[in-house]
Write a new protein. Sequence first.
Length: 163
Amino acid sequence: MRMDAGRDESAAHLVNTLAQDELVSILRTYGEEKRAQTVARAIIAARPIARTGELAAIIERTARARRPADPSATRTFQALRIAVNDELGELERGLDVAECVLNAKGRLAVVAFHSLEDRIVKRFLTERSGRASRGSRHAPAQESSREPTFHVSGKAAPHARTE
């Protein structure tokens, strides 16, 4: 699952060494797994886990008890992959670099594969285009002190400012 085989941490390392609360956090945050606590408990009970097929079977047995047709292993593997590769951090750093290297009339195209990535891209473009976030009754909208570096044209076609 590692994009960089030189990295020390692997999915197997996470599965076999993390404390339950850390595993739950990864599954809930990166996999948006509603039953993260149950899945984490089953993983910890089955340690050590050596193969991905073994992990998938553990998750499927856990899920089958609640919803027979639910492909829960997909969410768990997604969560582990995102954690191992720091994918959301990579996306944030990539957006920052894109902002620095784009020419004045350059265009930025970002393909997001799930809601976590989509949220990061939308937040980035909202901030960098000078549009204020809507805020809420608990946290009112704040004016951006930055000069806009992007102009968002349409729903999904942002491009660099042309001034």
